[in-house]
Design a protein around this ligand. Structure first.
Ligand code: AVJ
Length: 323
C-alpha cells in the first residue's frame, strides 16, 4: 500500500482492497493522461456485464477459445503429465477449466484469484462435480509472486491462463508475468495459455463496440464503482465509451471520453476534464503466433505446441519451462 492509500484507509476506515482502489484512482486521475486500471472493472456488476459480453455475437474471443479447447483437449491432455496440479491464474467462469478436468487426470486444482469469496464458491461447485479432485483455492494477486500450497510440492505443475487476460498487460508486464509464473510453478512445469490474435480491424472494432452497448456499460461501470465505493460524483451520462484499434501498438484501447468541460470530486479531490478529454481504461493487446512465442522464449518458456481455430482468430499455446 502506498503512503497516500494508507492515510486514506485510516481516514475513511477502508478495508485493504478499498484503500488500494482509492490510492490507484487518485493517482491515475491525477496523471497528465488520465487513466484507470482494467482490474477495477470486475466488481459484482462488472463481472456480470463481462459475462454478458462473452455472449455477444460480436465478441468472438470466449466462444472461439472454448471451441479450440473443446476440439483440442485430447491433444492438450496427451502432452500433460498425469496427476499434475493444475494452477489457474485468475478465476472466472469454470467452463474452460472443466474441459481440461474432464479430459485429463489431474491430481489437484489450484484456482488463484484476488477475490476470495468468488473463489470459494467456484471451488465448492468443482468439488461437487469432481469429488476425487483435491481443490486448493489460493487468495492472491497473481501478478505478484505467491506460494503454492505445501501439499503440492511433489506433484508436477501445469499453469492455466485462458481468456487472453495476458492482453491486459503491457508487453514488459506480460514478460514479467510469464517469468514469475515460471518461478512459481518451478522446474519441468508446463503452461496452457490463451492469446487473442491480430486480425481484420473491423472485426476487432466491432468486438469492443457492440451494437447492444454492453461493452459501453461495462466500461462506464468503473465510474459507478468509484461513486459507490469512494463517494465520487461522476455523472455517467457525461462520459461516452470509445474503443479504438491502435495499429502501431497492436492493441484495442478503451477510453471514457468527457462530453463537456466538467469537474468531478472523489475523496475530497477535484479532477477537471476538458470537453473530449479521455480516461484510458484498458488496453487489450493482440499478438501474432510468432510475437507471442518469441516473448514466451524470452521469459523462461519453450513453446511446445500452438493451436488456433480454422479462421485464425484466437490461439492456445502449450509451453514447457526452460532449464
Ligand atoms: C478479459 C481482458 C480478455 O480484453 O477482451 C472485453 C476484457 N474488455 N471487452 C478483453 C474486455 C472489453 C477482455 N479480457
Amino acid at each position: 500500500m502506498n503512503v497516500h492509500a494508507s492515510a486514506l484507509a485510516k481516514a475513511h476506515r477502508f478495508d485493504e482492497q478499498t484503500s488500494a482502489f482509492a490510492g490507484d484512482v487518485l493517482d491515475d486521475l491525477s496523471q497528465h493522461r488520465k487513466r484507470l486500471s482494467p482490474k477495477y472493472f470486475y466488481d459484482a456488476a462488472g463481472s456480470e456485464l463481462f459475462e454478458q459480453i462473452t455472449l455477444l455475437p460480436e465478441y468472438y474471443p470466449t466462444r472461439t477459445e472454448l471451441g479450440i479447447l473443446r476440439d483440442r483437449c485430447g491433444a492438450i491432455s496427451a502432452i500433460l503429465p498425469e496427476g499434475a496440479a493444475l494452477v489457474e491464474f485468475g478465476a472466472g467462469a469454470t467452463t474452460k477449466v472443466r474441459l481440461l478436468l474432464n479430459e485429463c487426470a489431474f491430481g489437484a486444482y489450484v484456482p488463484v484469484d484476488i477475490s476470495g469469496d468468488f473463489l470459494k464458491a467456484q471451488a465448492d461447485a468443482l468439488r461437487q462435480d469432481f469429488p476425487a479432485l483435491a481443490v486448493y483455492p489460493v487468495t492472491a494477486d497473481f501478478t505478484a509472486p505467491f506460494a503454492l500450497p505445501e501439499a503440492l510440492a511433489d506433484l508436477p505443475k501445469v499453469g492455466f491462463f485462458p481468456g487472453s487476460t495476458l492482453g491486459n498487460f503491457e508487453p514488459h508486464e506480460a514478460c514479467g508475468f510469464l517469468r514469475s509464473a515460471r518461478d512459481i510453478l518451478g522446474r519441468d512445469a508446463q503452461m496452457v495459455i490463451g492469446v487473442d490474435l491480430e486480425k481484420d480491424e473491423r472485426v476487432l472494432y466491432e468486438a469492443y463496440n457492440d451494437k447492444a452497448g454492453v461493452t459501453a456499460r461495462f466500461n462506464l461501470n468503473v465510474l459507478h464503482r468509484i461513486n459507490r465505493e469512494l463517494g465520487g460524483n461522476f455523472d455517467l451520462s457525461a462520459f461516452i465509451h470509445r474503443a479504438i484499434y491502435n495499429r502501431d501498438r497492436h492493441r484495442i484501447e478503451m477510453h471514457l471520453i468527457s462530453r463537456m468541460a466538467q469537474t468531478v470530486r472523489v475523496l475530497g479531490h477535484s479532477f477537471s476534464f476538458r470537453a473530449g478529454e479521455s480516461i484510458h481504461t484498458e488496453n487489450s493487446y493482440k499478438y501474432s503466433i510468432e510475437r507471442f512465442t518469441a516473448m514466451a522464449r524470452g521469459s523462461g518458456w519453450t513453446p511446445r505446441e500452438s493451436w488456433t481455430d480454422a479462421a485464425g482468430m484466437f490461439s492456445v499455446h502449450a509451453l514447457v519451462a526452460s532449464d
